[in-house]
Design a protein around this ligand. Structure first.
Ligand code: ADP
Ligand code: ZN
Length: 731
């Protein structure tokens, strides 16, 4: 547990926690010069050297003569006590071993490497022999930044000159060239910059958030508003206030490939770019971000869920944008929901958390109803933009061949929009060409060798791909089962196939297909999105990727190819997901002055979820959904946990599952029930069979403690892995 001392003298016993699976901190002696609690250190472990954190005083329960010394203290800010508490509580909540939790917080490339140097440029003292316009721009740029230095590239970009202009000024001493450690602070965000002039509704919400930030301390707010109502404008005001208080802010976004637009908005609002943290960021940049977040040289971070584990020096605000998004749930390794962890982290470090969404999760909606979260509503869309009209196309009365998915009604609507110089979007939440590859001779469907999933044909890549594990293989000519030649057929639609259909129906239209696997890089995707926004396409075809947060001002029609897709299956959250996704997608239409319309192709127009979407009756939908879940005693009205057992041998996983199910006394003591073992929703991944037990308890029950006792009571064979999933997504 966190230390109570503020310094360990040389030779003092300290407990060092590493990311090695040892379960707890081990004793070491503080190195020459002593160390701080929380210090990042290098320690010997067997024959190796590993990085760890001085977690607290040593226990002294180890043969004192054998205790080894810390090798050295690394040159990074020590881990703050609140971070230690956060990791401990997150580990307790998710039933994750603390070392695995620590690993999330130490993902700094080259942590502890000596700093490498690079050249930076500041204002020098001399005067130039003659002033040119280019030189004046360089000097202006340097003056505007005051103390902060530029790299050569930044300075050239900022002032629009070539490197030779800068070098010329360096030669005359007008600009000073210095060597500094590579990891520079980020340029300061200007708190004085004014935001947009807000509408009365927006201003009221912004005021409430500003007051909350000013008040200091923890608080949570659910910021609801339809897409385009200005939620981003409003929470950027909370960011501005946080910066004014001298504290740091974190904005989490679900689909980070889409953050370019957001970064540009931040730059327009604050005059500089924020730090970024996600898988698309280079190692050098990650290293800089990690270090600067810790030293306070990064005021605002825009990132994916893992940014929650950055070592903020003084975090005052966390925004979780699109808080309902399922990508906030990390499903492998440490299983956690970033939205919940954001609330936990904020409550520990005394920060405000803002959960923003047009279609909040039932969890957050319930918390707001119960008064645990404040609730702010933005009713209208900004400016002239109105919510699109949503209508269904009843597929039972449309005639189209079985290899076509765009109904005549939808086709006419698209044609009308293109004729008017506007854009239409066709939405299908299925990547690839076709979901099923079937042998017409023997009926065999090509599946993944390692997972319980079909292989999906990706014609663009000329391969079959497993969407579970990412395994790909070339498209075969003959059936792998019966050997028949040329009998393999694509069954069902994917976005690539939809693109083909659109090309034949609308031969003169410019068609852009947006699906993550069609782009070589995040940058290529960003460029495509920018092109679309500028009107460089007539028809946009896309998967879930397009449902989130873009502004396509010319887009006035959204056609949903299969609105029933999410309603199939036994997932209890299916209704919630479909409701959210359909509303998000529909919200893409009519963002600017032009009104929009969304057309949902469905075979069941009278389904209650489809009816709620049409009626736009959000409150009604949530109330009905909440009542159903409450009656069933499932989250958020009861507690659930999944225990996932995985092994290359299915029998081993089942054996362990059965042993756990038999020894359920610790669970019965808190009134919890166990279901299973049964094949997990994803029954095989990467060659490992997965079996799941589900545990259900009352809302107030001490679930984690009981689970911990239960799991530790049964010995797992070496071959079998056990993962706990608190609040599973599907149940
Ligand atoms: P949301 O986050 O709710 O989808 P945004 O904040 O992205 O909404 O706003 C939608 C669009 O309207 C953006 O282009 C935004 O810049 C613009 N906008 C919103 N509020 C204002 C305002 N008060 N003044 C000018 N533009 C605004
Ligand atoms: Zn697979």
């Amino acid at each position: 547990m966190p230390a109570t001392t503020d310094f360990f003298d040389e030779g003092a016993l300290v407990g060092v926690l590493t990311t090695q699976p040892l379960g707890r901190a081990l004793d070491y002696r503080a190195p020459e010069g002593g160390c701080m609690p929380g210090a990042f250190v290098e320690v010997p472990l067997g024959p190796r050297k590993v990085v760890g954190v001085v977690w607290g005083p040593g226990k002294g329960d180890f043969d004192i003569k054998k205790v080894r010394s810390v090798i050295r203290v690394l040159d990074v800010a020590p881990m703050r006590e609140e971070m230690q508490i956060f990791l401990q509580r997150a580990a307790d909540y998710t039933l994750t071993p603390l070392p695995s939790m620590l690993r999330l917080a130490t993902r700094a490339p080259g942590l502890g490497d000596p700093p490498s140097m690079r050249k930076v440029y500041r204002l020098g003292h001399g005067a130039p022999d003659r002033m040119t316009e280019a030189r004046a721009r360089v000097l202006d740029a340097l003056e505007a930044q005051g103390e902060a230095a530029y790299t050569l590239k930044e300075l050239c970009d900022e002032s629009g000159v070539s490197a030779s202009v800068v070098k010329g000024l360096v030669k005359q001493g007008v600009v000073a060239e210095e060597d500094t450690p590579r990891d520079l602070p980020y340029r300061r965000l200007d708190r004085g910059f004014a935001g947009k002039e807000l509408t009365a509704d927006q201003a009221a919400c912004a005021d409430a958030l500003r007051r909350a930030v000013k008040g200091g301390g923890y608080g949570a707010t659910l910021l609801r508003g339809v897409t385009g109502s200005g939620k981003t404008e409003v929470y950027l005001e909370a960011v501005a206030e946080t910066l004014r208080q001298g504290r740091q802010a974190l904005v989490l976004l679900p689909e980070i490939a889409l953050s370019a637009e957001f970064i540009a908005r931040v730059e327009a609002r604050f005059g500089a770019k924020p730090a970024e943290w996600h898988s698309g960021v280079t190692m050098t940049e990650r290293r800089r971000a990690w270090k600067m977040v810790g030293e306070g040289g990064a005021q605002l971070v825009v990132g994916a869920r893992s940014a929650l584990f950055l070592p903020f020096r003084d975090l005052g605000l966390i925004v979780v944008d699109e808080e309902h998004d399922t990508s906030y749930k990390q499903e492998e390794g440490v299983i956690y929901n970033a939205r919940d962890m954001a609330v936990l982290r904020a409550s520990i470090c005394g920060a405000q958390v803002v959960l923003a969404s047009a279609t909040p999760s039932l969890e957050s909606w319930t918390n707001a109803e119960a008064g645990k979260y404040a609730r702010l509503d933005l009713a209208a869309r900004f400016g002239a933009a109105v919510m699109p009209e949503i209508r269904t196309i009843d597929m039972r009365s449309e005639t189209l061949p079985s290899t076509r998915w765009i109904s005549p009604t939808l086709q006419r609507a698209v044609e009308a929009r293109i004729a008017a110089g506007e854009q239409a979007m066709l939405f299908l939440n299925r990547r690839g060409y076709a979901p099923i590859t079937l042998c017409r001779a023997c009926g065999h469907q090509i599946g993944c060798d390692h997972c319980d999933a079909r292989m999906v044909e990706h014609r663009f890549l000329k391969r079959l791909m497993c969407h579970q594990c990412g395994e790909t293989k070339p498209m075969p000519d003959t059936c792998p089962s019966c050997g028949a030649e040329d009998r393999l057929a694509a069954v069902g639609p994917g976005v690539e196939r939809l693109g083909e259909e659109a090309a034949s129906l609308f031969p003169d239209a410019r068609i852009a297909t947006l699906s993550s696997d069609l782009f070589a890089s995040a940058r290529a995707l960003k460029e495509q999105i920018a092109t679309i926004a500028e009107g460089g396409a007539d028809i946009i075809i896309g998967t879930q990727l397009v449902a989130k947060g873009h502004n396509f001002p010319l887009l006035t029609l959204v056609g949903v190819i299969d609105a029933d897709l999410g309603l199939q299956g036994s997932d209890l959250r299916a209704a919630e997901r479909t409701f959210q996704l359909m509303r998000q997608v529909a919200g893409r239409a009519g963002r600017a002055e032009k009104p929009g319309v969304a057309l949902l192709q469905t075979f069941q127009p009278e389904h209650p979820v489809i009816r709620a979407i049409l009626a736009g009756d959000e409150e009604g939908f949530w109330r009905a959904e909440a009542a159903g879940r409450e009656a069933a005693g499932v989250p958020p009205f009861g507690r659930m946990a999944g225990i996932i057992l995985s092994s290359t041998e299915m029998q081993d996983a089942f054996d362990l599952g059965n042993a756990l199910a038999r020894n359920d006394a610790p669970l019965r003591r808190i009134g919890a029930q166990v279901f299973g073992p049964a094949p997990a929703p994803i029954a095989r991944v990467r060659g490992r069979h997965r079996v799941r037990l589900l545990v259900k308890a009352d809302k107030g029950a001490p679930l984690q403690a009981a689970l911990a006792r239960w799991i530790s009571g049964v010995r797992a064979p070496k071959t079998t892995r056990l993962n706990v999933d608190i609040d599973p997504q599907s149940f």
